[in-house]
Design a protein around this ligand. Structure first.
Ligand code: NDP
Length: 321
């Protein structure tokens, strides 16, 4: 019997893992296996910044495996404004989860990092060996340092106690159940919400920046499958980048075009080039992932985006806005 506890189980990535586990054929590579119990928890079951509440959660569920997604997450603006909160909350959450997993002899933990924790000045493409090779970008250094420490902790728990702790490094994620709040959102949910408002109010849809920067986006349901693979088939402390290939970068303009099309927006649509663009590109390599998995069929970007826009429009009342 395996008990798999997913912290942050009610967020964008957690909901996608739940969806895949519940909809893929039972016993298949990504579906539920016999003897598995999956538990998805939110902060309402325990604030993981608090050691006592974290301990109680582990005592209640006695997980054999943990996918640790819970984190204070946000877009650029929120990261810049609340650096200490991002640093401290995430350090506390990660330390409590990893230490309770160690104390309760959890067999395996996969924690979630992000490609935005990589050094600011680094040679591209990013790969798993480059996390600690320089300082992160100043805009998100609180979040980045807290997340990098997870990799350090994983190595220390392995070296001192032999724990099977590892981490995943996703690129930008999008999909249903994302945070569409205009202040805190990442680029895709932020633009979807903006376009929706423009359509509703008959106002222009204005995209910040030139639209030229390139990014790798991964659909949450694809990422969910990769987490399930990592849980079952990967036993090494070194992280794995979970991403589409470098050739799959899309520009912000392509993202905005796809949103306009999916939303059937007919109004005025412009780019505000006076707003900062951020880095032009920061490609990450998925070579390690593909060589270990033996290939993976990613959902085409436009199809995934179309689905996400439809989900947002249909679920506007209950979406995080
Ligand atoms: P969401 O913001 O959608 O969800 C965050 C989840 O964490 C929620 O379930 C939330 O619960 C929980 N949580 C937050 N604070 C606490 C706390 N103090 N105690 C307990 N639970 C808490 O995040 P995502 O799904 O987008 O992100 C999941 C992981 O993926 C994170 O570790 C993030 O760093 C990483 N990641 C995300 C990327 C992205 O583009 N979104 C890119 C790369 C990495 P509640 O709702 O109750 O607050």
């Amino acid at each position: 019997m395996s008990v798999i506890l997913v912290t942050g189980g009610t967020g964008l990535v957690g909901k996608a893992i739940q969806h895949i586990i519940e909809t893929e054929p039972e016993g298949s590579r990504f579906g539920k296996k016999p003897g598995e119990q999956w538990i998805f928890v939110s902060s309402s079951e325990g604030d993981l910044r608090d050691p006592e509440q974290t301990k109680r959660l582990f005592e209640k569920y006695k997980p054999t495996h943990v996918i640790h997604l819970a984190a204070l997450v946000g877009g650029l603006f929120k990261n810049m404004k609340y650096k200490l909160t991002f640093l401290r909350d995430n350090i506390l959450i990660n330390d409590n989860v990893l230490h309770n997993a160690y104390l309760s002899q959890t067999k395996k933990v996969i924690s979630c990092l992000s490609t935005c924790v990589f050094p600011d000045k680094v040679t591209y493409p990013l790969d798993e060996t480059k996390i600690h090779l320089g300082l992160p970008h100043d805009s998100n250094f609180g979040y980045a340092h807290a997340k990098r420490m997870v990799d350090v902790q994983n190595h220390a728990y392995k070296d001192q106690f032999g724990c099977n702790f590892t981490s995943a490094i996703p690129t930008n994620v999008f999909g249903p159940h994302d945070n569409f709040d205009l202040e805190g959102a990442h680029v895709i949910p932020g633009l979807i919400h903006k376009c929706h408002i423009a359509k509703k109010n008959g106002t222009p849809f204005v995209v910040s920046g030139t639209g030229k920067p390139l990014r790798q986006f991964i659909y949450s349901n694809d990422l969910a499958k990769l987490f399930i693979w990592q849980l079952r088939e990967y036993d090494d402390v070194e992280p794995v980048i979970l991403s589409v290939g470098e050739g799959e970068e899309v520009s912000i303009k392509e993202v905005a075009d796809a949103i306009v099309k999916a939303m059937d927006f007919k109004g005025e649509y412009t780019f505000d080039a006076t707003r900062a663009d951020g880095q032009f590109r920061k490609p990450a390599s998925n070579k390690k992932l593909l060589s270990l998995m033996g290939g993976f069929q990613f959902t085409p970007f436009n199809e995934a985006l179309d689905f996400t826009v439809k989900w947002f429009v249909e679920n506007y009342d209950k979406a995080r806005t």
